[in-house]
Structure formats: C-alpha cells, structure tokens
Design a protein around this ligand. Structure first.
Ligand code: G6P
Length: 610
C-alpha cells in the first residue's frame, strides 16, 4: 500500500533510496520516484511501472545529493502514470512530498487550493499536501507540515523535503506505518523495517500524530500538540532480524524462500509455550477468573489471516468448547457486532497495519471486549491498539502472498486454543500433552513435504494452463482449500474457488468439466469417506483430481490422478501440513505461467487503506 523512504547522511542518497524502495516494493509497484536536494535545487525523477524503470532512468541520468525521499506506489487515487507518481511538488518546486495512505477530504482541499491560486497537476489525493505545506511555510518546515496535516482527514505517512532545508526531512504519520532507523551520522525514514536494516537495527516507531525532524545527527520528535518528546522518552526498538532475513538467500523468489522457512517460523512461534504441562500465554492479559468468565470468541482478520481464523474456530470450539465467530474485518466493523466484556476478540494481522482490522479492534474495545492481536511485526500499529499481543516469529515476509506468516499464525492460534481449553478445563492433562507433542513435530513433518516438491512441480506441469480450478475439503480441509484457492488466484491469476465438499452438488458441480481440475483435501479423519464420495461425484463428470492425502493412504490412489502426501497428523492439527503442498502447487503453476510470484498484479502486502 505504497512504500516511502527518506535518507539524510553522507552516502549516495539515490542509491540508499533505491535500495530502500527495493525492499519496500512489495507494498506497491505501479510507479516509483525519488526527490533529492542537489546543488540547492530539488531534483525529482519518477517513472511508471516497476522500480527497475526508475533505476534505469537514474543510471542514464544520476541524481546526487545527501538528502532525499522516495516512494513506490500502489494506486488509489489516479491511475498509474508518471504525473501521478510520487514525489509530488508544490507550485514553486521547492517542496516535495511522498505519502502512503488516503486523504479523504482531498477534493475539498483541492478546490480551496485552486481557488487561492495553486496549480495542481496530478489526479492524486497526495498533491494537496505539498501545496498545503507551501501555503503554511514561513521558514519552519516542521510548523508548516504540522499545520498542513491538521487539515487532513484520512491516513498518512509522509516524507517532506524543502529545497531550503538541505539536511532535513520532516516525517509525519497517522494510521499508516512509519519508522525512523537511527544510524551513525545518518538516519533513514521508512514504511517498514527491511528498508533500514542495511544501515541500522535501532528503530524508532513514530506514533500517530507525531512529526519527526530528521537530520544526519539527530531525530527530534514532536507530539500532535507541538511539544517535543524528550530524547530519554523516545522509544527505540532493537530489531532482531538481520539483513539476510530480508533477502532471497539463494532462492529464486522470496515466496519460495518463505515457504521453506516455515519449519523455523513455527518452531520459533511455539518456543517456550509449554512448561511443566502448562500452556504459557501471559499475552492473554487477563486473570484466570476473567478468562474463565469469557463466554465466546470473535475472530477478525482479512485475506490469508482470515483463513487462519477459520482454522482457529475449529480448534477453540473443539478443545475449549467455546462458541467462535469469524468475520472478515471489513464486514465486522460495520456490522454492529454483538460483543461484550465476556467476548474475547482475536485480531489476526501479519502486518499489524491492515486498516479494516485496526478499525475492528477499536470497535471491539469500544464495546467492552478484550482484544488480543496476533501479528508478525514488532511495534506495528495493532500492537499499540490491542490489549495483548501474541507475536508470530516468522521473520520478515516479503512475498506479497502470505505463506510462512499463515502457518505461524495457525501455530500461535493453536497455543491460544490450548490455553483457553486449559483455563476452561475442557481438555485433560494427558490429552493436552499429547496434542502439544504432536504440534511440536509439525515442523519436521513440513520438511518431509519439501521432499515431494519435484512431484508437486510435475503436477503443476499438467495443470498450469487450466482456466479454472476448484478446491474442496471438509472440516479442517475447508480453510485449507480456501487458502489453497487464494494462493493460486493471487499469484497465477487462474480462477479458483473453494467449497466445503458437501456443497458441491448445490451449485459448483455445474462448473465441472474435463478442463477444470479439482484439488481435494482428503486427509484421514472423520469425514474422509465423505470427501472420497465427493471426489467420485466430480470424477464422474470428467474432473481430474489432485488429492492432498495422508502418507501411506493406498485407498485414495484409484480416486485421483495425483496424490500429494502429507505425514500423518491428528486431524485437528492437519491444517499446517496440508497447506504446504498447496502453496508449492500455486508457486510452481505461477512460475510456469511466467508470473511474478513475489509481486502479483494489483495486490499489495499490507492494505493500510480501507
Ligand atoms: C493483503 C495481503 C494478504 C494478507 C492480507 C491481510 O491482502 O496481500 O497476503 O493476507 O492483506 O493482511 P494482514 O497483514 O492483516 O494479515
């Protein structure tokens, strides 16, 4: 959802900005641009399309300087074009602005600005900010930015540059992520951590309403009321990831690397969560009595995180015997939800910045519910809004299609479900220990699935030209099928739908032809025979079937063209291993279609606008 970066220091600013943008490109890739202060003038270079186009332009005509800002765009207002690319400048060409977010009152501001003589040249909401700063500027860039942002409705993370302030960047945020990486004699502003890791692992997360004045040697932070935050009170976080974690490390794509990082991500997420037979979850931030008084759980999330939520519903209902509702955040926030102080709301968001999920968190808290967030990003917005935070420890996920964060979320939710069951007394110690032992062997189980990668690739060879694919399953197989279909459509652009297998005959079976393969999640469990019957129904209508099945299941072989095995796991824990072959299937199909798996068209990794 747009990435912004700003650099002040002694290195070649264009190179630092391009390096930062490359690490933020997952946030949007419609166009890119930079502005640097060069010989007392602003030099703005922008190009439509991927960052590579901007890199080429700067190779042909280098930009030099010590201060600059950059942007990679995911279009909201105005189509992708050079004129709509950031940075945007004011009338005088002295001020440049990069922005991530949406200015909801930009039409009103645009009218006001044009009436007072400003000439705006783009179709974007952002451009009004450059002109507002211009109109308020009287020598102090922080003051002008502060007055400008006070006029804005909506969300923003901003980088502001002024020709007459050559060693400074002003940064501001509200409802869009922004951090300042603190270096030695250099500082770097960015939308996300990977962009600063080459220079520093000390990071200041800006809070909503704050404005930062960033120079090479200092970061001064001002609260919304203009008062300066004392240096001793500035929160500096140390990032554990290193640069290597945010690079491809020999893999062809981030997505493939991240699929292979799943065993580690799950191990890290589970580490220290079970001690002397007790599930450790202080993040629940409530006493045993309060937890015991909980009557239900409401899970909110978007996209892949929503699918993790559906897995959790089954786990919590089965183990803790508590009713669970799961809703996509964009619906939840406007649904006048029935929740109260006996409801535990679980907000799942790998980025911690998804606008709809954040709005849902606020809505839930206003209604008296306790909110626990499950996120992968330390210091992200949701960590400040929720009552408790349960981190997944998956490391940075750069591929736009979520893989390791999904399975790490399920691991974290498994811990939560076990904890609730323990509090409610609905699982005995022996069963809890058995389940925990089984959870702990899942990472090793995934490693055995990787050995099947060549077979999965051969399967992709047969189906990569399909126009449409159906994914079916029952029970735990339903969210697995949903996530499998989402992965396929996200990265290969093949139409894919997921259905509970029993629903096929109520409509979707009409879609079945010889050209539409069916992926059936057929893991051993109490509905195994039912899914096999559903497979027979689709095969009778000409469908070719790819079955995800338990290793050693000989019975499934006559019913499927391809069998992709996963190690035997208790049914309740099968979602993680069953998802891995589907991630690889989507990956190989997309690669054979020459798709950019890390940066699929029209998508962005973190959706910070509604
Ligand atoms: C975007 C991403 C998805 C992700 C969803 C929710 O659509 O492309 O991969 O699942 O946002 O993101 P969150 O950060 O809230 O989990």
């Amino acid at each position: 959802m747009c990435g912004i970066v700003g650099y002040v220091g002694s290195k070649s600013v264009a190179q630092v900005l391009l390096g930062g943008l490359a690490r933020l490109e997952y946030r949007g890739y419609d166009s890119a641009g930079i502005a640097v202060i060069e010989n007392g003038e602003l030099n703005v270079v922008r190009r439509v399309g991927k960052l590579a186009n901007l890199v080429n332009a700067l190779e042909a005509s280098p930009a030099e300087g010590v201060t600059g800002i950059g942007h990679t765009r995911w279009a909201t207002h105005g189509r992708p074009s050079e004129g709509n690319a950031h940075p945007h400048a004011d009338c005088s060409g002295r001020i440049a602005v990069v922005h991530n977010g949406i200015i909801e009152n930009y039409i009103e501001l645009r009218t006001e600005l044009t009436t007072t003589g400003h000439v705006l040249s783009s179709e974007t909401d952002t451009e009004v900010i450059a002109h507002l700063v211009e109109s308020y500027y009287a020598g102090d860039l922080v003051e002008a930015t502060s007055k400008a942002v006070a006029r804005l409705e909506g969300s923003y993370a901003l980088g502001v540059l002024h020709r007459d302030h050559p060693g400074e960047i002003v940064a501001a945020r509200k409802d869009s992520p922004l951090i300042v990486g603190k270096g030695e004699g250099e500082n770097i502003v960015a939308s996300d951590i990977p962009a600063v890791l080459e220079y520093t692992r000390e990071v200041i997360p800006l809070h909503d309403g704050q404005i930062a004045l960033v120079s090479a040697d200092a970061v001064r932070i001002f609260d919304e009321d203009g008062s300066e935050v004392a240096e001793s009170e500035t929160e500096i976080m140390h990032v554990e990831w290193d640069l290597e974690a945010a690079e491809k490390g020999g893999y062809e794509d981030f997505m493939l690397k991240e699929i292979y990082e799943q065993p580690k991500a799950i191990r890290e997420t589970l580490r220290g969560r079970f001690v002397d037979g007790q599930v450790q979850l202080s993040e629940l931030v409530m006493s045993e009595e309060e937890a015991l008084a909980l009557s239900r759980v409401f899970i909110i999330a978007c996209g892949t995180s929503y699918h993790a939520g559906i897995v959790a519903k089954t786990l919590i209902e089965q183990w803790a015997r508590m009713p669970v509702e799961v809703q996509v955040s964009s619906e939840f926030r406007y649904s006048d939800p029935i929740i109260d102080d006996e409801t535990l709301v679980v907000a799942i968001t790998q980025s911690g910045e998804t606008a709809d999920t954040l709005a849902g968190v606020r809505e839930a808290r206003e209604r008296g519910a306790k909110v626990i967030a499950i996120t992968n990003v330390v210091g992200s917005r949701v960590t400040r809004e929720a009552d408790g935070v349960l981190y997944t420890h998956a490391g940075p996920e750069i591929g736009v299609a979520a893989t390791k964060t999904f399975t790490a979320q399920i691991a974290a939710l498994t811990v939560l479900a076990l904890k609730l069951a323990q509090v409610k007394g609905t699982l005995d110690d022996e069963r809890t220990r058995y389940l925990w032992d089984e959870i702990c062997v899942i990472p090793a189980a995934i490693e055995t699935i990787f050995a099947e990668a060549p077979a999965i690739e051969r399967c992709a060879d047969e189906y990569y030209n399909s126009a449409s694919m159906l994914f079916i399953g029952r029970g735990m197989g339903v969210p697995v099928a949903m996530e499998g279909a989402l992965k396929l459509k996200e990265i290969s652009y093949i139409h894919a739908e997921a259905y509970p297998a029993g629903e096929m005959k109520h409509g979707p079976i009409a879609l079945i032809t010889e050209e539409s393969p069916v992926v059936a999640v057929t893991i051993q469990g109490h509905t195994y025979e039912k899914v096999v019957s559903n497979i027979q129904e689709v095969r009778a209508r000409g469908a070719q079937v790819i079955a995800i099945a338990t290793a050693g299941d000989a019975d499934i072989k006559p019913h499927a063209e391809h069998v992709l095995p996963i190690p035997a796991t208790p049914e309740s824990l099968s979602a993680i291993p069953a998802s891995v072959p589907l991630q690889l299937l989507a990956y190989y199909i997309a690669k054979k279609r020459d798709c950019n798996v890390d940066q699929p068209r029209n998508l962005a990794k973190s959706v910070t606008v509604e």
